[in-house]
Design a protein around this ligand. Structure first.
Ligand SMILES: NC(=O)c1ccc[n+]([C@@H]2O[C@H](COP(=O)([O-])OP(=O)(O)OC[C@H]3O[C@@H](n4cnc5c(N)ncnc54)[C@H](O)[C@@H]3O)[C@@H](O)[C@H]2O)c1
Length: 319
C-alpha cells in the first residue's frame, strides 16, 4: 500500500452504508472514490454526505472543515476508473448474492491485485459470492454498523480461502481510519453482531406475541435499562461486574435461571404476518410512517451526542 497521506479507498455502492463509509475514509484523510450504478444515487450522494459532515462538525466530531473532507471524495460512473490504483475497496451493494457476485467478478480483474476487497454484507458469507474469483484470497467481509462513521465496530470475517495476511491488513486499515475491527474466526450465518441482535430480537417478538409486555415497554427495557451499560461494555464484562467475585460467581448464582429461560424456547418461530402486523400497528401509533426519516435523523444526532460524550469520558475517566 502507498503512503498513508495518499491512500485511496473505493466505495462500491453508495446507499445508506456506502455513503457512510465514504465519510469514514475521507474523515481519516484518505482519497475516496464512490461508484454506484444508479445515476440518481451518484447525483445525490455528495449532498447527503455534506449534510452528515455538517452535523458531525456541530458535535465537534471532525477535526477539519467540512469542505476539506468533502474535497477528498469524488463520484464515478465507471468501475474501472473508480478502482484504478486504489489501496482498498469497500463493497456496499444490495444484500443478495445476485447483486454481489457480478460486482466481485468485475473487481476480480479490475481492482489492483494488492488491494483487499471488503464487503459490508450483513450476513451473507463471502464464500457465497467470491468462490469463482481468481483473486478470492484478498476478499472478505468487513461488516459495519449503520452509520459506520458513528458506530465504529467492523466485523472481519474471512472466507475459507481468504489469506490471513489480508485479514491482518484490513484490520490495520480499519484501525487506521478510526474504526474498531474485530476478528470472526470462521464463517457463521449472521456473523457475531447479527446473531447477538437476532437472539434479542427473537426473544422480543416472542415476549410480545405472548402478551408479556407492549412493544414500547420491551423497547424501554433496553433504552433505559440494559442499553445504558451496553454502550460501553459487553455482556461478559457486564456479568463479571454483577456478582461480588466475578463471572464464575455470577454463573453459579444465575446460570440455572438462564438455562431455564433457554429451555423455554426450544422451537424457534418465524416472525409471522399476524405478529408483524400487531407490532407494526403499535409502532405506527408511536411513530407515523411519515415521521420515520425525521426520527432517523434524531437517532443519528443522539448517536453523535453519545460519540462526543464517549470521547470526552474516555479522556476523563478512561476506557
Ligand atoms: N442498512 C444497514 O443498516 C446496514 C448495516 C450494515 C451493513 N449493511 C449492508 O450494506 C450493504 C448495503 O446496504 P445499504 O443499506 O446501504 O443498501 P442501499 O439499498 O441503501 O444501497 C445499495 C446501493 O448499491 C447500489 N448498487 C446496486 N448494485 C450495484 C452495483 N452492481 N454496483 C454499484 N452499486 C450498486 C444501489 O444503487 C444502491 O445505491 C448490504 O450488504 C447491507 O446488508 C447495511
Amino acid at each position: 500500500m502507498s503512503d498513508s497521506l495518499q491512500r485511496i479507498a473505493t466505495v462500491v455502492g453508495a446507499g445508506l452504508v456506502g455513503a457512510g463509509w465514504a465519510i469514514v475514509f475521507a474523515r481519516a484523510g484518505w482519497t475516496v472514490r464512490i461508484f454506484d450504478t444508479l445515476q440518481t444515487t451518484r447525483d445525490g450522494v455528495l449532498t447527503l454526505i455534506e449534510g452528515n459532515l455538517r452535523d458531525l462538525a456541530r458535535f465537534d466530531l471532525i477535526n477539519e472543515p467540512v469542505e476539506k473532507i468533502l474535497a477528498r471524495i469524488s463520484v464515478h460512473a465507471d468501475l474501472g476508473a473508480a478502482v484504478s490504483g486504489v489501496d482498498y475497496v469497500q463493497e456496499s451493494v444490495f444484500e443478495t448474492v445476485a447483486a454481489k457476485r457480478p460486482v466481485y467478478e468485475a473487481l476480480d480483474t479490475l481492482a489492483p491485485a494488492g488491494a483487499p476487497i471488503g464487503s459490508s454484507s450483513s450476513g451473507i458469507p463471502a464464500s457465497a459470492f467470491t468462490e469463482g474469483c481468481k483473486t478470492r484470497a484478498r476478499m472478505l467481509i468487513a461488516h459495519p454498523v449503520n452509520p459506520p462513521y458513528l458506530v465504529p465496530l467492523v466485523e472481519l470475517v474471512p472466507a475459507p480461502w481468504t489469506e490471513v495476511g489480508v485479514v491482518d491488513s484490513v484490520y490495520k486499515v480499519m484501525s487506521d481510519v478510526g474504526q474498531e475491527p474485530i476478528r470472526i474466526r470462521h464463517e457463521v450465518e449472521g456473523f457475531v453482531l447479527n446473531r447477538l441482535q437476532g437472539a434479542l430480537l427473537n426473544e422480543a417478538w416472542a415476549l410480545f406475541d405472548e402478551g408479556a409486555a407492549s412493544a414500547a415497554d420491551i423497547d424501554k427495557t433496553i433504552s433505559v435499562g440494559l442499553g445504558l451499560r451496553w454502550s460501553f461494555m459487553g455482556p461478559f464484562e457486564t456479568i463479571d461486574l454483577n456478582a461480588p467475585r466475578g463471572v464464575a460467581d455470577y454463573a453459579a448464582r444465575l446460570g440455572p435461571l438462564y438455562h431455564g429461560v433457554a429451555k423455554s424456547r426450544t422451537t424457534p418461530q418465524a416472525w409471522n404476518a399476524d405478529l408483524i402486523s400487531r407490532v407494526e400497528a403499535e409502532r405506527r401509533t408511536e411513530l407515523s410512517a411519515a415521521d420515520l426519516d425525521a426520527r432517523r435523523a434524531w437517532r443519528d444526532r443522539r448517536l453523535m451526542a453519545l460519540a462526543a460524550h464517549k470521547a470526552k469520558a474516555a479522556k476523563e475517566i478512561g476506557s
